[in-house]
Write a protein that binds this ligand. Structure first.
Ligand SMILES: [Zn+2]
Ligand SMILES: [Zn+2]
Length: 201
């Protein structure tokens, strides 16, 4: 099979980069303006969100607070499509599974305890919610599958090309480890973010 010149990475391999920041600096990171998946010129942004818990911020600030960091990850239009679809599909499957488990728990409680007693209205509500949950899972799976038609040979990722591997707190601030599927992109990111002590781990 002929390989495109951009195909350097293999799907499944992650390059980890550690960065240090103070609060709310995520938006100041410099993401090189090319696709984080295939390396083509970037035309779109897909925000990568990471929730930092109050405990992680303790010691950094006097107030116990939590924050949502947002990393603006650039993609070409094709890779934006497979990343966004897989993200939405994942979320839809998650909501479906969660709703189904809640329904199951309600049914078990009603069947084996006297905490909940079912009226006919409840049976309809739980039945409809359970059915909706199953439909969500099916829709989510279809969304993820539809994303795969937007992958090219140059793609280094089947879904999102950048992920949060972990985060912790140091005396310097918040340490975040980002995972890149495109090694060349990870190199450019490290070069562009020296002021945040970006380095490979
Ligand atoms: Zn791309
Ligand atoms: Zn791609």
């Amino acid at each position: 099979m002929e390989k495109s010149p951009q195909q350097k990475g293999e799907i499944g391999k992650i390059t980890k980069v550690q960065i240090e920041m103070h609060q709310h600096q995520a938006a100041q990171f410099s993401f090189p303006r090319k696709c984080a998946c295939c390396g083509a010129p970037a035309t779109r942004i897909l925000p990568l969100k990471h929730h930092v818990s109050g405990e992680q911020y303790q010691g950094l600030t006097t107030a116990k607070t939590s924050a949502d960091l947002i990393f603006p990850v650039p993609y070409c239009s094709v890779c934006h499509e497979h990343s966004a679809r897989s993200e939405k599909g994942n979320m839809t499957i998650g909501i479906g599974c969660f709703s189904f488990l809640v329904c199951l728990a309600v049914v078990i409680l009603a069947r084996f305890t006297s905490i909940i007693s079912f009226s006919p209205v409840w049976v309809v509500v739980i039945g409809a919610t359970g059915l909706a949950a199953v439909i969500f899972v099916i829709l989510g799976a279809r969304m993820m599958k539809s994303g795969s038609s937007f992958r090219s040979q140059a793609c280094t990722s089947e879904d999102s090309a950048v992920s949060i591997v972990g985060s912790s707190v140091s005396t310097m601030g918040l340490i975040c480890v980002l995972g890149f599927t495109n090694k060349e992109y990870a190199n450019s990111f490290v070069d562009a973010n020296r002021q945040f002590h970006a380095r490979f781990t």
